[in-house]
Design a protein around this ligand. Sequence first.
Ligand code: PEP
Ligand code: MG
Length: 573
Amino acid sequence: MEVFKGTKIVNGIAIGKIKLYKPAVYEINEELVSDIAGEIERFEAARVKVQEDQNALYDKEMKAGHKDTAGIFEAHAMMLDDEDTLIDPCKEIMAEGHTAEYAVREAFDAAAQAFSEMEDEYFRARSADVVDLKNSMLDVLFGADTSSLQGTEPAILVAEDLAPSETVKLDKSLLLGLVTRLGSSNSHTAILARSMNWPTLIQCHDIADDWDGKFAILDGYNSCIYIEPEQDIIDKLSAKQAEDKRKEEELQKLKGQPSVTKDGRKVRLYANIGGPKDIKAVIENDAEGVGLFRSEFVYLNSKTDPTEDAQFAAYKQVLEGLSPRLVIIRTCDIGADKTIDYMNLDKEENPALGFRAVRICLTRTDFFKRQLRALLRASAFGNLGIMFPMIISKWEVVKCKEILNECKKELEAEGVAIGKYEIGIMIETPAAALCADELAEEVDFFSLGTNDLTQYTCAIDRQSASLEPFANTHHPAVLRLIRETIEAGHRHNTWVGICGELGADPTLTEDFLKWGVDELSVNPKSILPLRGNVRNVDLSKFKTESPKAEDKPEPAPAVQAPQKKGFFGRLFS
Ligand code: PEP
Ligand code: MG
């Protein structure tokens, strides 16, 4: 038996034979040819064929509801129209008398190399796309059969790396798990593996040709693969796999069950989403609402500043698709690690402490108003919560509400229907947590953004891997701020949720409930496990000052006016 380490992307156990995938390596003739026009014609035919294939993959992924993956193929098809970067360089090489194959290899490799040297991470990642396109072009020019890379039996697929076009061609019924030598946790393969939930290991540097056909066990939990494992490992991991299956079946039984503790305390379990593509996951995982729609993804997924209509369409789709559930849409939280070229933001020394989120919105009010108008228009189609991020001061909330009201008046004057909505803020800075009493007077709800709250409280850059030894996600200062924010909210009849990653931490569920949290918003896959945790909690053993279940206000139903306070409260009540 041998055991090799890698980096886990998806948990789980895969047991079976290995199928080693090696892409074709083509011998490319470097001799000059006389029929230059003929080569250009072959090149053009291959380009059209690859473009058609990419468009077909786009359609297939869209039909399957995988919008992210579809976007990869849409981009590939567009890259093959890029005269400057790919097509003209190929034609120049062919004009010297080289074959189409030679031109593709030289020009695409040069472009891939140029991308890989770029500073911007996004452009660096495009290098893999160019290599993927080069291989597809060569497959067509060489007339290769690329219909299957998996063989005919279910197997653990092992490869150097997989291109997106290869990954989507995988037959799920034949795929037990995936191991690659290359790839990063944000590579396309990793993203696809996560969305498909395949046990996956990347960065497994010891992959060897003689693994092909051998019996193996991929242990995602321990980030390793056993080649020809011994019987005790087979027994242990087979039992773990059976337990996973049983747990998954058990979780399914929690669908439709209330999220309530043994002693009757209810909590709302909501989902965090990034856009309309996640509607399906919300429903499938039985989330009771959306506690955080990170609207910046609508901006990040657009090549230009999205128009009011484009935003309206996205928000309406989510609100309608999930009605009557409450959907909390956070206004644009751009800045720090989320940058967008078309926003032309200055480079900053400390972007996490810089011009971001509501600070941008309150400075670029036209930009902000486009989003607020889109949100207000969408409010007529479901049960909306509008949430402002990165708040530190009360005047910011007052100003946001003022601009929102300005948009409302404009829309009313235009005869546009507007529905009811709640207003809330993220509590993700120590300043906001410590001033929660004053802030609560202005809003209907708080949502604790524990990712940023931890970063700013502990002065630990959340992006930095090297600071991990210093990071403590359960730092007592953070936990105290969470508890005190919940208490402050409740003093003012403002309900309080948690939408940062800590919300899904099973070791904290009991504490959060004990402190009186009203809502936990987590990634859709964590909803059912979290419901299981909640149902196992018994708060009767604690002497708590938190309000009892019966005393807690239920979420406002879609048709009912939210309990507003302050200026907006008076307007709507
Ligand atoms: C948070 O900061 O906890 C949060 C939910 O927001 P984001 O992770 O998008 O910054
Ligand atoms: Mg945040």
